[in-house]
Every structure is written in C-alpha cells, then in structure tokens.
Design a protein around this ligand. Structure first.
Ligand code: NAD
Ligand SMILES: O=C(O)C(=O)C[C@@H](O)[C@H](O)[C@H](O)COP(=O)(O)O
Ligand code: ZN
Length: 352
C-alpha cells in the first residue's frame, strides 16, 4: 500500500508493504539522483538489516555507514559531533542522502542531523520498530533530547520517502512491540473508535495476526491527515501528543533509562484520562476501558511518581505558551480535544 503525504513541495510517499526493504534501492532511485548515501543506524538494527541494505544500495551509489549504540542515549547532543564527523569524512554534499535505518531514536536523531548538516540535506526513513513505523518516521518531527526534557532541540524536517516493512518486526524484542502498541492505542483514543475496538478485540499484538499491516496503515493514515492539516504543530497536530505531557515528564524523571517512550505514554494516557474523567471532562468509564486495553498489551498505567516531581519537566513541554499548558484530553473514546490550563490543574500529591 502506498500513501502520499501532501505538503506541497515537501510532499512524499510512504510505502507500507511486507518485504519492501528488498525493493529499497529501486524505490530510493525514484526520489534520489545524487551520488553518496550515509546509512545511519544503531548497532542492533545494523546487525540485522544494515549489510543487506548496504549491499543493495551499493549497486547504485557510494555507501557509508554511521552506527551508534542502541538506546535513547543516542538521541542526544553528545552523539551529533560523531555523526557530523562521519558525514564530513565521507564528504557528503547537499545533493547526497542520509538513510535512517532503525527505530524512533535513530529516525529522530538522523533526521535532526540531516536537517542541520550543511543547513539541510535530504533524508529517507526506513523505520524498523513498530513505534517508528506507526508514528515517528512520518511527519517530520526530528529532535534530540536534553537532560531537562524530551526533544527540546529539533526541527520540522520532512523525509523524502518512508519505507515501512512489517516483516522486520519479527526481530523486534517484545518490550518494544508493546512500546509501539502504546502509540497505536493512542491513535484509537484520539481519532478512531473503530481502531480501538480492533485492538480491544485482539487483546495482544499476536492477536492482530494478519490485520497487522492494515493496523499500521490505519495509524499512518491518521497521522498523514493530521500532519497535512497542521504540519507545524499549532493546533490539530497537538492531538498526537495525548499522554505525552505526563509521559515525557516520566521519561525525563528517570533520565530516559527506566520507562521507554511507549510505556511512559501509556502511563500518561491513563493518568490524564483518570484525572479528566474525575473532573467530568471525559465520558464515565473511559479510563477503565483504556486501562484494560493497555494492560492487555502489557503496558504500565502508573510510574509510581508524585505529580509534583513531574511539574518542572511539564513546564518545558513544547505545547506550552506563556507558562500556560495545553493538554490533550479525550471527550470519549475516539474523540479528543486540546485543553488550555495551568499547572495547578494537576494536584501535587496525585501518584502518576
Ligand atoms: N518524531 C516523532 O514523531 C516521534 C514519535 C514517537 C516517538 N518518537 C521518539 O521515538 C523514540 C523511541 O523509538 P523506538 O521505540 O523505536 O526506540 P528505539 O529506536 O530505541 O528502538 C527500540 C529498540 O529496538 C531495537 N530495534 C529496532 N528495530 C528493530 C528490529 N527490527 N529488530 C530488532 N531490534 C530492533 C533498537 O535497536 C532499540 O534497542 C523516542 O525517542 C521517542 O521520543 C518520535
Ligand atoms: O508527530 C507528532 O506531532 C507527535 O506528537 C507524535 C508523538 O508520538 C511523538 O512522541 C513526538 O515526538 C512528540 O513530540 P513533542 O513535540 O512533544 O516533542
Ligand atoms: Zn510519542
């Protein structure tokens, strides 16, 4: 299946197809006419898919690789000098290409390197984790973390092409399958009651069976529509941040080493929904329905932290304006809205 993200001159295609990785060189050749490619990946992903991809790309282009250690720590300022160094060493110019092969960490960091090296060189996303396939590879949010907060240095920089091959998920560790399901459940919550019902019925990733490719495509299509409407995150796109104000603060609280992104978002989605339901802003029973689905996908609903310990990081959220928070709430399952408020909305002694 092929989707087109319509963003004027920044438009691009997304292929969602089992085995598409084997066609990468031909598909890349349709959008890239330069000489050199730098594959940016992490050690785990490169070990599985790096050489296979490089062999294929080498038939058409001069290829190099920059392989970083796996894990969120590679999405930091500290890794960038090494990446820029490799790009310089290989003498990549603005007519060359970066290929991000990996999960959200690689995609966000490599995308940021692409956006900033020589003030921007083209890049392509080949997402290999479920989370990256349903979310991070699409839409052009690229960034690195600071110790104070998630994604605090970044850009909006769209890829030239996205190649999503669900077959590569066969090697993805279970924890990261669950992680990706956190964002899949998010799409159901904010926009698509029907999707939420499919997930509820399946009860586990394995339960999705043959429906997996369709579920990935459904998520990507929701994101495509939202990004087309609000590329720069000034309105509608903020809905994709459901669960993230709390979730990012939880990740930051433990130096990005304890909860993975999808786990933290799961905690954030459940906790914010519990709070908004209590305040009468969300249909009764929604938090409980969400809890059951999150738990069936082995996702956490609490991080055991007091709200007051999260507030400093929440105040750095990029949705905030003039010290006012904007949080995403669900009215009922499948329908979400932006709620402007201040930090006092969150009582200090709530356990998140
Ligand atoms: N830009 C966006 O719109 C956006 C959206 C959602 C999340 N994110 C970011 O994405 C990051 C999380 O991404 P992630 O969950 O993919 O984490 P990740 O990139 O760390 O990948 C998870 C782990 O799985 C391994 N892996 C990936 N694909 C594999 C495969 N096919 N086989 C075997 N191992 C594989 C990786 O080496 C890593 O150890 C966070 O930093 C989050 O903030 C960004
Ligand atoms: O694409 C978006 O927009 C999102 O918010 C998707 C989120 O899942 C993702 O985690 C994103 O990186 C968060 O962005 P941020 O602006 O809150 O850092
Ligand atoms: Zn996210």
């Amino acid at each position: 299946m092929k989707l087109n993200v319509n963003l004027g001159e920044k438009s691009y295609e997304i292929f969602i197809e089992r085995g598409v990785l084997r066609r990468a060189a031909d598909l890349i050749a349709e959008v890239f006419h330069g000489k050199k490619i730098m594959i940016i990946s992490d050690d785990r992903v490169y070990g599985y898919y790096g050489e296979v991809l490089k062999e294929q790309l080498q038939t058409k282009w001069e290829c190099y690789e920059a392989v970083v250690p796996h894990g969120e720590a590679s999405k930091s300022m500290a890794i960038l000098p090494e990446i820029y160094g490799k790009l310089l060493q290989a003498k990549l110019s603005r007519s060359d290409l970066i290929v991000a092969l990996g999960g959200g960490v690689v995609g966000d960091m490599a995308g940021f390197a692409a956006a900033t090296y020589l003030r921007g060189i083209p890049f392509i996303q080949i997402p290999t984790s479920l989370l990256a396939q349903v979310d991070s590879s699409v839409g052009g949010k690229v960034a690195v973390d600071l110790k104070e907060g998630k994604n605090l240095v970044g850009a909006f920089y769209q890829p030239k092409l996205v190649l999503i091959d669900p077959d590569v998920l066969s090697t993805l560790p279970k924890r990261y399958i669950n992680d990706g399901m956190g964002e899949v459940i998010k799409y159901g919550c904010i926009k698509d009651r029907g999707l939420f019902d499919i997930l509820k019925k399946a009860r586990s990733f394995e339960g999705l069976g043959e429906e997996l490719t369709g579920v990935i495509a459904r998520c990507v299509d929701i994101k495509r529509q939202i990004v087309e409407e609000d590329q720069y995150d000034t309105g509608e796109r903020m809905l994709l941040n459901f669960g993230h104000t709390l979730g990012h603060a939880v990740e930051q609280k433990f130096a990005y080493e304890r909860e993975s992104h999808g786990e933290a978002v799961a905690v954030g989605m459940y906790q914010i929904t519990k709070i908004s339901e209590k305040k009468g802003m969300t249909e009764e029973g929604t938090a409980e329905e969400l809890r059951k689905v999150l738990e069936s996908y082995d996702l956490p609903i609490s991080a055991g932290v007091k709200m007051k310990e999260l507030k400093a990081a929440m105040m750095l959220d990029k949705k905030n304006l003039n010290d006012r928070l904007r949080i995403i709430l669900i009215k009922k399952m499948g329908e979400s809205f932006i709620f402007p408020t201040d930090v006092a909305f969150f009582e200090d002694d709530i356990t998140v």
